[in-house]
Write a protein that binds this ligand. Sequence first.
Ligand SMILES: [Zn+2]
Length: 172
Amino acid sequence: MTGCNASAIGRCSADSISIFEGAVRGTEFHEAFHRIFELVIDDTLRNTIYKQIAKRLGVDLNNDPKYKNAREVAEWVADKFMDYSNNYYTDKDRNIFGIKLPKLISKAFNRISNFINAMRLVGNFRLANLYVKARNGYWSKHSHIDKITKDKIDRFNKLYKNLYYEVNGTKL
Ligand SMILES: [Zn+2]
């Protein structure tokens, strides 16, 4: 964490998500997506999707000593999910920057949407309730949903520490 960043409107860490006052519509989806995608979705699915996106963005995740590319890819997909959640893209037209959202990614988006919608029914966007359920394996009966393990938390902290969503569109 780089300290208090005045322009950050959302933040995702391994422990929590924060949505700040004045956040644009959908910021909660962006942050919730990070949290679920990085910590709950199973590693194989996430890695496959990240590889696809990295290829499309033309960035190298294997030669990425400071995890700058990993961060870029993570922010890209969280932004797309936010757009998807805001119905910015319809089912018919999922062209993003001239490329079609791959099937695998749409599937993951749907799954994560369901997860977030279930959380909304509980009335809590901080994921606390579902987080507890996930820890208890509630979601493990669903494919591609894992328990939140220490390995996942360690990976998150190693790669990102925090993921920010910023007003000016610059992601740290
Ligand atoms: Zn982000």
